[in-house]
Design a binder for this molecule. Structure first.
Ligand code: 8HG
Length: 298
C-alpha cells in the first residue's frame, strides 16, 4: 500500500507518508478531465458527485471537503492507493528505455473513475485537444449536472444517464461536442435502455465484468467508440490494465523509443501489449505523459 497513515479532521482527510503520488502528474497525465489547478500542488477534483480539493506537501496529502466515510468508500479506490506502484515501476524500469519515462512521471497513478462519465468523455476526446475536451465536458456538466458550492465557488457534477436522458443532439452540439454530438445522444439512449437489463449489450456493469479483450470489443458497440477510446475507458474506469490507447503522442513515443514501425495505430497497440503484457496500461501512461510534456517529435 502506498500510504502510511490516515488522519481525519473536521471536513478534512490527511494522508501521511504517501509514496509514488504526485497530484500534478496524476491529474495532468491525460487520464482525467475534471480538475482545476488552484496553485502549485493544489487542485480541485470533481468526481463521484463530489468536489474535493487536494493539496500535496511532500509526502503529505490533504483532501479538503471530505470525510472518513467518503475516503473509505470513494477516494481510497479512486486514487488506487492500495496498489504498490514501486513494484510496477521497478518492473517497467527493467526496460532501459521505459526507465526514463517512469523516472519523469514518478508520481503517476491510474485513477479508478466512473465508467459512464468516461464513456462520454472519451467519445468527446476523439480528434480533439485536451483543453477543448475539458471545456465541452464542463459545459455538459453545467447544463445537466448538479450544482455544488465549495469555498464560494460553484461546481457541477457530471450528469447521470438519467439526467442526460432528454438532451437532444442540438443541446449537446451547443457544448462544443460538434460531430460527436450524435454519438453521445445515441450512447445515452442505449445506456438508459439497458440500465436494468443484466445481460444487455449496453449494460456497463456487464461490460466491466468481461475479460479485457471482450470488454474492449463490447465497448466498441457504442457509436463513436473505436479501439483507442475503448482502451481509455477500460483502463481509466474498469481496472483493465492491458489497455494500451494509442494516440498520436503514444505512437510517437513508441516510434521514438522502440523503433516501432510507422503503421496503423492497431499495429503499435499489438506491438506494445506484447512487450508490456499486463502492465501495458501503466507503461502507456508514463509514455503519454513524457511524450506530451516534452513535445517529442520524430
Ligand atoms: O491518457 C491518454 N492516453 C492516450 N493514449 N491518449 C489520450 C489520453 N488522454 C487523452 O486525452 N488522450 C487523447 O489524446 C485524446 C486526444 O485525442 C489526444 C490529446 O492529446
Amino acid at each position: 500500500m502506498d500510504l502510511k497513515d490516515v488522519k481525519y479532521e473536521e471536513n478534512k482527510v490527511i494522508l501521511e507518508g504517501v509514496k509514488n503520488f504526485n497530484i500534478k502528474q496524476i491529474l495532468e497525465c491525460g487520464q482525467c478531465f475534471r480538475w482545476e489547478k488552484i496553485k502549485e500542488m493544489d487542485y480541485i477534483i470533481i468526481a463521484f458527485g463530489k468536489v474535493i480539493e487536494v493539496i500535496q506537501e511532500g509526502d503529505n496529502v490533504t483532501i479538503l471537503n471530505s470525510n472518513k466515510e467518503d475516503f473509505k468508500n470513494i477516494w481510497f479506490k479512486y486514487f488506487d492507493l492500495e496498489r504498490d506502484y514501486g513494484k510496477i515501476k521497478d518492473e517497467l524500469s527493467k526496460d532501459e528505455t521505459l526507465k526514463l519515462s517512469v523516472e519523469y512521471g514518478y508520481g503517476i497513478r491510474l485513477l479508478n473513475q466512473e465508467p459512464f462519465e468516461l464513456l462520454i468523455s472519451f467519445i468527446i476526446s476523439a480528434r480533439n485537444s485536451i483543453p477543448s475536451i475539458k471545456k465541452t465536458i464542463s459545459k455538459i456538466s453545467e447544463r445537466f449536472g448538479e450544482k455544488i458550492e465549495y469555498n464560494g465557488e460553484t461546481y457541477y457534477t457530471f450528469p447521470t444517464p438519467e439526467e442526460l436522458k432528454d438532451a437532444t443532439e442540438d443541446d449537446i452540439r451547443e457544448t462544443g461536442a460538434s460531430f460527436r454530438s450524435k454519438y453521445i445522444v445515441d450512447t445515452v439512449k442505449n445506456i438508459n435502455s439497458d440500465l436494468d437489463i443484466e445481460d444487455g449489450i449496453y449494460n456497463l456493469c456487464r461490460i466491466e465484468g468481461l475479460s479485457d479483450d471482450d470488454c474492449h470489443k463490447a465497448l466498441q458497440e457504442f457509436k463513436g467508440v473505436g479501439a483507442k477510446v475503448a482502451d481509455c475507458i477500460m483502463l481509466f474506469s474498469m481496472g483493465k490494465y492491458s489497455g494500451f490507447p494509442v494516440d498520436v503522442w503514444v505512437k510517437r513515443a513508441m516510434m521514438h523509443f522502440y523503433d516501432a514501425e510507422e503503421g496503423s495505430l492497431n499495429k503499435i497497440r499489438i506491438f506494445a501489449r506484447d512487450r508490456f503484457k499486463n502492465l501495458a496500461g501503466f507503461a502507456q501512461q508514463y509514455l503519454f505523459y513524457y511524450a506530451r510534456e516534452n513535445g517529442i517529435k520524430l
